[in-house]
Design a protein. Structure first.
Length: 146
């Protein structure tokens, strides 16, 4: 498996969290990643059942590299982008996490870029600081105020 997973992405994760460890059954993690390709930045909001948000990217990349991807996928987030950074994440109840993702996507508006076919591509938008700030505020509002 180590030959499939790129070391640089593994180094970004919290080393005290076991690879692909999941959240408790009642929870889901909502996150916003910043992706970079050729100095152009993108944001992606999403939810995952992994405790470490980076594991979502690692798992999809591993499945693709092993040839186990049965969908229409042409590449992976890790393969396509030059850099990946977690900007914000929160573990919430499943319904709250799913709701926050939908709210952020609605606030960000329609998809404004063209990407190759990859898992999660519909949640990508061009990076703007107001979008990032808005997503952080929405997540923090639910995290701290309920």
């Amino acid at each position: 498996m180590a030959d499939i997973l790129d070391k640089t992405l593994l180094e970004k994760r919290n080393p005290s969290t076991e690879l692909w460890q999941t959240v408790p059954n009642w929870a889901r993690k909502v996150y916003v990643f910043q992706f970079t390709r050729n100095d152009e930045k993108f944001l992606k909001v999403g939810v995952t059942d992994y405790l470490e948000a980076y594991d979502r990217v690692i798992a999809n990349h591993s499945i693709f590299k092993q040839g186990k991807e049965k969908d229409w996928v042409e590449t992976t987030m890790y393969e396509y982008f030059d850099d990946i950074k977690i900007m914000v994440s929160a573990m919430l109840t499943k319904d709250k996490a799913d709701g926050v993702e939908k709210i952020i996507l609605k606030e960000w508006g329609e998809q404004d870029l063209k990407l190759p076919k990859m898992k999660g591509m519909s949640e990508f938008r061009k990076y703007t600081y107001p979008r990032l700030k808005q997503a952080r505020a929405i997540i923090d509002d639910v995290r701290y105020k309920g």
